[in-house]
Design a protein around this ligand. Structure first.
Ligand SMILES: [Ca+2]
Length: 231
């Protein structure tokens, strides 16, 4: 009897959490959507891992990839991704998409040789585009360290407005240097991140990015912008 009551309570909890998600699934507010996504991810993860608890309340089919809640989770993740991209776009002051140069670093000597240094002569480095993997640009099958460099004019009003460098995603780990100083480090091949500009003087600055990638595609595969952070 008590067990059945427990399951009934759990059914009620399940319905409540589902409705709470359903109310927000169409939202265009980024923060609300991110909150709803975290809650849905939590629910799906719980049902996937704690079978004993959810037995008799929801079937595993509900959270399988491509089915019911599993499918909702995937499409909602895409929705949140689009909202994130739109928020960045709206606040983007400049897209850093020109003048990038690239060099492979298979022996990991770049840090020791200071490939981040603003005065380094990089004219023999290869031109490359960001927003696409290096595999797509002639470096098929390369896994390991590689470096990107570019110059841009950092305007004083950007610093006054609290602008940051915004990276859509770097596959897989990135170290960001501006004018020779490391200003950020990020792990996670598909997540956006920012690097602060507050400690940097305006003027022409050299941006260098050391990337490590261990498998499949690699590099700065999403855009880099100067942007006003949303938080
Ligand atoms: Ca990769």
């Amino acid at each position: 009897m008590r067990r059945r009551l427990g399951k009934l309570e759990l059914s009620y909890e399940y319905t409540t959490r589902l409705m709470s998600f359903a109310r927000r699934r169409q939202t265009t507010q980024l923060r609300e959507a991110e909150q709803a996504l975290r809650e849905l991810e939590g629910l799906v993860a719980e049902i996937r891992t704690d079978r004993a608890k959810w037995e008799g309340v929801v079937s595993t089919n509900v959270v399988r990839e491509g089915y019911y809640l599993g499918r909702d989770l995937e499409s909602f993740r895409e929705h949140v991704e689009k909202l994130r991209a739109a928020a960045l776009e709206k606040q983007s002051l400049m897209v850093l998409d020109e003048g990038w140069r690239f060099r492979l670093d298979p022996d990991d000597v770049g840090v020791e040789r200071e490939w981040f240094a603003p005065g380094l002569d990089d004219c023999d480095w290869e031109p490359i585009a960001v927003g696409r993997s290096w595999e797509d640009q002639g470096y098929e099958g390369y896994d390991g360290f590689a470096w990107y460099r570019m110059r841009f004019d950092l305007k004083p009003e950007w610093i006054d407005r609290g602008a940051v460098l915004s990276f859509g995603a770097v596959d897989g780990e990135a170290w960001i240097y501006l004018d020779g100083a490391q200003i950020a480090h990020h792990e996670g091949w598909d997540t956006p991140f920012t690097a602060p500009l507050s400690s940097v003087e305006p003027g022409e600055r050299v941006l260098a990015v050391r990337v490590w990638d261990g498998s499949k595609q690699g590099g700065i595969w999403k855009p880099v912008t100067v942007a006003i952070p949303s938080e």
